[in-house]
Design a protein. Structure first.
Length: 233
């Protein structure tokens, strides 16, 4: 499986090169913003499993599962070779790209994301203090700061608190540490407030039976006991 993973990465690298070569050939490389990213992370045996957040049950929010690559390139506008250590989220992509090309956000949209376009160009601040991961993971929710991560599994846990500075591999769950009660309370409040502000009841995954299994079942598919792995639209 690992050989196949690296083979896929190699093929992808070659095709990214082909795309860049074609932009150069057409003389539009400097006029084109190229973005490379993904919709989820992946564990290649990390923590003893293969897959992403729904590769385990309960669903996981390990860094390998939720962190994704984001590489942006436009010669003459984005400084080459620079790396920005900031908390950004996929929900920031739309406002960031609209801001980057100089358009206004549609007035009828209320978006939870923030633009990080200034981070791309090096022209100013654009980072946030916390990010929230949600949606696909149903009743498993997460809030993360630069140093800490809190994972809440509804309705009854098990919950997690990770010290990402001193425990970057997420080995020592601090959720039962009496000295962290205030931090847990604050992060839980932030998580609840975020969903209260942005979640739509008809779209909220909190009550959906997302039960893990990675890519083993299609949308609307059924487990051996006859229950559905995902609710059909």
């Amino acid at each position: 499986m690992l050989k196949g993973y690296f083979a896929a990465v190699t093929a992808m690298d070659l095709d990214v090169g082909r795309l860049l070569d074609k932009l150069e050939e057409k003389g539009i490389r400097d006029d084109t913003l190229v973005v490379f990213t993904s919709d989820n992370g992946f564990s290649c045996g990390h923590h003893g499993f293969w897959g992403k957040g729904n590769g385990t049950y309960p669903l996981n929010m390990y860094e390998n599962s939720v962190r994704i690559p984001f590489i942006a390139s436009q010669p003459g506008r984005i400084p080459g070779g620079s790396c920005v250590d900031a908390l950004c989220s996929a929900i920031d992509f739309m406002p960031s790209l609209i801001d980057y090309v100089g358009l206004d956000l549609p007035v009828d949209l209320t978006l939870p994301g923030h633009t990080f376009a200034p981070l791309l160009t090096g022209s100013g601040a654009g980072e946030r203090e916390t990010i929230v991961v949600y949606d696909e993971y149903g009743p498993t929710r997460m809030v993360r700061t630069a140093d800490w991560k809190y994972v809440r599994r509804h309705p009854g846990g098990p919950d997690e608190l990770w010290d990402l500075v001193n425990d970057p591999d997420e080995r020592a769950n601090r959720i039962d540490d009496p000295g962290q009660r205030s931090r847990i309370r604050d992060m839980q409040m932030h998580l609840n407030d975020w969903f209260a502000s942005h979640a739509r009841p008809e779209k909220d995954g909190l009550n959906l039976p997302v039960s893990g299994g990675g890519q083993l079942r299609p949308v609307g598919g059924k487990w051996e006991d006859g229950s559905k792995s995902f609710v059909e639209n």
